[in-house]
Design a protein around this ligand. Structure first.
Ligand code: M6R
Length: 366
């Protein structure tokens, strides 16, 4: 049942190219220059007239929501807020019938997310679900939605759910951008072409497993790690840190790279591994100077860079290359090495990868 892999998590990491294709199949039509999503098509005016979009979720799904915020605001120019479902439901939020709420949940059973949806509905908001499990409570409770079609995710650490949630959010953002006219037709078509190349690029990235394993072996005994990224890759830094925490039990924190100087830089010494995402179009020069600040304090740098990078390679202790794509699509690639890294660290430390202590796959209690 693990398809020849030692753990479900590794199997699910490797399933991502196919899961992403399953998610966009029939929806994304690059030759026709079209995205079809019935849940959006049937409610297009609600999205186009929305004052704002509020995204609610927990854990990894919340991280996907943050990527969604950057995508929706950048492409479709709709204001977005991303909230932890648990905070949203208890803080007397201002919700009006002109708000669109997007709830994201792999399992569709997360108690806090479900309660937040009920609250939003009671205030008259239109609620759209992005779920993986068909017929789940959240899928039933929302007014409309789009399934991720990732297939069953068994490992407690979410992997393919994350990348397929981002895929759905990318499709929605592109579709709304086209409908609103905030993106040119040529840019829209270019994105569809680039999106279609992502699964093969992930396939290629999965082959660097040995290199990631070597890095895992060097840093597996670290007590603390930092993950840094900017823009679209800031949420990927948060997700990288969560993956390491939950299955390796190593304390890790994700930060926007520029926040370093407001506190966390004090933590850096020669024992601190720092994972930095430095893709070539993502505020590259700024990230390079963030890396220099870390290096001058003896931190160890493991950088995720774009193929052919020279500048970061000179400063970093290790580099992992991802193939070139549009910056907005890079989270689908940069997240892969982080998934593999936490997997290998957990295996090397002898941890229970698929069933980490204290955690359940669906959190059905608040
Ligand atoms: O099923 P959901 O997407 O609603 O679950 C939300 C979180 O509990 C979940 O993403 C959790 O953070 C994962 N274990 C992370 O790997």
């Amino acid at each position: 049942e693990k398809g020849g892999y030692d753990h479900f998590m590794l199997k699910e990491i490797h399933e991502q190219p196919k899961a992403i294709i399953d998610t966009y199949r029939g929806r994304m039509l690059p030759n026709e220059g079209l995205i079809k999503m019935s849940g959006i098509d049937d409610n297009l005016n609600k999205f186009l007239n929305a004052n704002r979009i509020i995204i609610i979720a927990c854990g990894t799904s919340w991280h996907a929501g943050l990527v969604g915020e950057y995508l929706l605001e950048d492409m479709a120019r709709i204001p977005v807020e991303v909230e932890y479902a648990s905070e949203f439901r208890y803080r007397n939020p201002i919700i009006t019938p002109n708000d669109v709420v997007i709830a994201i949940s792999q399992s569709g059973e997360t108690a806090d997310t479900l309660a937040a949806i009920k609250l939003a509905k009671s205030k008259g908001a239109f609620v759209f679900g992005i779920c993986n499990v068909v017929g789940s409570s959240i899928a039933r409770e929302t007014h409309a939605g789009a399934y991720t079609h990732a297939g069953p995710e068994i490992g407690v650490a979410s992997t393919k759910a994350f990348t397929t949630q981002i895929t759905v959010l990318t499709l929605i953002s592109l579709k709304l951008a086209k409908a609103k006219g905030t993106m040119s037709d040529s840019a829209f078509r270019m994105y569809l072409q680039k999106m279609q190349l992502i699964p093969a690029k992930i396939e290629g990235l999965l082959k660097i497993d040995e290199k990631v394993k070597e890095i895992a072996a060097v840093y597996k005994d670290a007590k603390n790690c930092l993950y840094l990224g900017r823009g679209f890759n800031f949420p990927v830094a948060l997700e990288g840190a969560l993956k390491l925490k939950e299955i390796s039990y190593i304390h890790a924190e994700g930060y926007p790279a520029a926040e370093m100087k407001h506190g966390p830089i004090a933590l850096i010494d020669e024992n601190m591994p720092i994972f930095v995402i430095a893709t070539n179009k993502g505020h590259y020069e700024k990230v390079v100077s963030n890396i220099q600040e870390i290096k001058s304090r003896s931190g160890k740098i493991i950088a995720i860079v774009t193929e052919g990078d020279v500048q970061v390679r000179e400063i970093a202790d290790h580099v992992i290359e991802i193939p070139e794509t549009e910056e907005a699509l890079t989270p689908l690639l940069t997240t892969i090495p982080f998934q593999l890294l936490s997997y290998h660290v957990a295996v090397m430390l002898g941890k229970n990868v698929d069933q980490p202590r204290n955690l359940a796959k669906s959190v059905t209690v608040e």
